[in-house]
Design a protein around this ligand. Structure first.
Ligand SMILES: *[C@@H]1O[C@H](CO)[C@@H](O)[C@H](O)[C@H]1NC(C)=O
Ligand SMILES: *[C@@H]1O[C@H](CO)[C@@H](O)[C@H](O)[C@H]1NC(C)=O
Ligand SMILES: *[C@@H]1O[C@H](CO)[C@@H](O)[C@H](O)[C@H]1NC(C)=O
Ligand SMILES: *[C@@H]1O[C@H](CO)[C@@H](O)[C@H](O)[C@H]1NC(C)=O
Ligand SMILES: *[C@@H]1O[C@H](CO)[C@@H](O)[C@H](O)[C@H]1NC(C)=O
Ligand SMILES: *[C@@H]1O[C@H](CO)[C@@H](O)[C@H](O)[C@H]1NC(C)=O
Ligand SMILES: CC(=O)N[C@H]1CO[C@H](CO)[C@@H](O)[C@@H]1O
Length: 497
């Protein structure tokens, strides 16, 4: 067990099976009206060597979503897909586990594609991008998501003294000795991605509201954006019980964050044969808190994925169709595993946005964020220590789990586009490939001010964070991509191209 400085711990309960590590977290909150409680922990099953299947998750809701946000956050790691993978041969850590998906009986036709994630990723992503770019002209056609990381001595967009920066992502303050990871810029093949211009962003978002909705990785991006904007204006904290809100008075711009682990409805309450202690995730029902506020949001950035590693029951049509790390009756056919569940959840939330009578905004789906645990899983000494530069293409290790999650997400996105009826717009911010190179961008052991204890490898060591992103760091690029998407959208609309 670990103890972090500023924080606290609390919670957690649990139940179930396997090992639960309670890790504390610290949270740095600027004048939040209601002090959120944050708990963080890693937990997961023993799925040792197969780091491919690692995913991170966690959790927390302080109080249920019905009373709001008190969003808390926690980081937990769980081995994903584990039920399907646990029996896999250990000697092939680099081999993707998509084959396992086949073991699950799948009812939907689309699931068949799971066996060919590589092709699916490429082929399904491209058409979306093609379509999008048709609405633009000139430089706006440029594909932002294929390219390379180039060294840029200009340095980061803000310093780590930013007041909203969570301790766990403040790698420099936690003693990380190298700093070069802050100085790489993403260079799309055929154009340049402009350095973030905070004034331009606020001007574009004049009178508008941008909402980050999702998990702790959504928080990571939101804090990056706030730190960037902080350089030109200190916002007013207008958070309330249901959401974090920061208001920029100069342009009447609101930046909001809503916690939503899966983006769809979920509850810990017992349901049918699923007891308390396993989360019930209603894959065909959108998160009602998000949907309540949707009409107020001009831009929504959706972030999800890693919670599909958490122990859960998956429900559709009020029937339990599958589960993750939970399936008590082996003779009952399991129709939905966590990978399928992810794709379905993406389709559900986007379809709800795209058919909402009053939603006219832009929904940006941030694609699955890759993690980089090497030499083990998060809970068996997996590490990203010592990575100080982006990987070369030749060095990247294929992560089968990331690949299939990405393909399911893209598939859900494409299916939802087909069902759209209102004036909203959907854009896929496809960062997965670019960020697969950034094994150097995670806190690793420097997720707390006592990293020494964490640098030793081995099963006894404290888990590293090779999932979230240091700030400043590569995650800032997500906001540059987001600004580029918004720019293209708004400038196209107003004919300013
Ligand atoms: C987890 O690891 C422990 C110790 O190695 C072992 O006793 C236990 O059976 C494992 N559990 C699973 C689910 O593999
Ligand atoms: C939720 O909030 C209520 C009232 O605010 C409080 O009594 C309760 O303990 C909270 N539950 C949790 C799990 O924090
Ligand atoms: C699968 O697709 C085939 C042909 O496309 C169709 O006939 C069949 O009904 C589909 N099955 C399901 C479960 O959707
Ligand atoms: C993609 O573009 C094609 C041809 O321009 C169009 O028919 C189709 O409806 C578009 N799809 C989407 C999702 O916009
Ligand atoms: C397990 O599932 C099978 C098939 O659905 C069912 O026949 C059986 O009664 C279930 N057993 C229990 C203990 O629920
Ligand atoms: C949409 O807006 C109208 C008019 O304000 C309102 O009556 C209706 O309830 C809204 N519908 C939803 C689903 O929010
Ligand atoms: C502006 C617009 O097209 N709104 C439509 C959005 O979708 C809902 C539900 O399908 C329609 O009722 C709206 O007219």
């Amino acid at each position: 067990m670990n103890a972090f400085p500023k924080s606290l711990v609390s919670i957690v309960a649990s139940v179930g099976a396997l090992a639960v590590f309670l890790v504390l977290a610290s949270w740095f909150m600027v004048s939040q009206p209601i002090g959120p409680t944050i708990s963080r922990y890693f937990y997961g099953v023993n799925n040792s060597e197969n780091f491919d299947s690692l995913s991170l998750v966690n959790v927390t809701h302080v109080n249920s979503s019905s009373d709001g946000d008190i969003v808390e956050d926690s980081l937990k790691t769980a081995v994903s897909n584990s039920e399907e993978i646990v029996d896999q041969p250990r000697e092939k850590p680099g081999v993707s586990n998509e084959g396992k998906v086949d073991d699950v009986s799948l009812s939907a036709n689309e699931t068949v594609k799971a066996t060919q994630p590589n092709k699916e990723v490429l082929s399904s992503a491209s058409p979306v991008q093609d379509n999008i770019s048709k609405t633009h002209s000139g430089h706006s056609d440029c594909d932002l998501y294929h390219g390379q990381w180039i060294y840029d001595p200009t340095g980061p967009l803000y310093s780590n003294s930013c007041p909203v920066l969570t301790q766990m992502q403040n790698c420099q303050r936690n003693g990380r000795p190298d700093k070069e990871y802050e100085n790489w810029r993403w260079k799309p093949e055929n154009c340049d991605l402009p350095r973030f211009d905070p004034k331009k962003f606020l001007e574009l978002m004049r009178g508008k509201t941008l909402a980050f909705v999702g998990d702790s990785v959504a928080r990571n991006q939101m804090e990056s954006l706030l730190c960037i904007l902080w350089q030109v204006e200190v916002p007013k904290n207008r958070g309330n019980r249901r959401m974090h809100r920061y208001y920029f008075r100069s342009t009447s711009t609101m930046i909001v964050r809503i916690w939503s682990s899966w983006l769809v409805h979920n509850t810990p309450e017992p349901f049918d044969f699923a007891p308390a202690g396993v989360d019930k995730v209603f894959l065909d029902t959108p998160d009602n808190v998000l949907m309540e506020f949707v009409p107020q949001f001009d831009v929504i950035v959706l972030s999800s994925g890693h919670w599909f590693g958490k122990k859960s029951a998956y429900i559709m049509n009020n029937e339990i169709l599958g589960g993750q790390l939970w399936w008590p009756n082996k003779s009952r056919p399991k129709k939905v595993n966590n990978v399928e569940a992810y794709g379905i959840s993406v389709e559900t939330i986007l379809t709800s946005l795209g058919t909402h009578p009053n939603y006219t905004g832009l929904a940006i789906v941030r694609s699955y964020s890759p993690d980089h645990y090497m030499g083990g899983a998060w809970n068996t000494g997996g590490s990203c220590t010592g990575k100080v530069k982006p990987a070369l293409a030749s060095e990247t290790v294929e992560n089968g789990f990331t690949k299939i999650m990405h393909s399911k997400q893209v598939n859900g996105f494409n299916l939802a586009i087909k069902k759209k009826t209102n004036k909203s717009k959907f854009r896929l911010m496809d960062i997965t490939e670019a960020f697969s190179y950034r094994h150097d961008g995670h806190p690793g052991p420097y997720r707390s001010p006592e990293p020494i204890k964490e640098t030793k490898r081995g099963k006894r060591s404290r888990p590293q964070d090779c999932l979230h992103w240091c700030m400043p760091g590569p995650v800032d690029t997500w906001n540059e991509l987001m600004l580029e998407i918004i720019t293209r959208e708004y400038e196209a609309d107003t004919g300013l191209l």
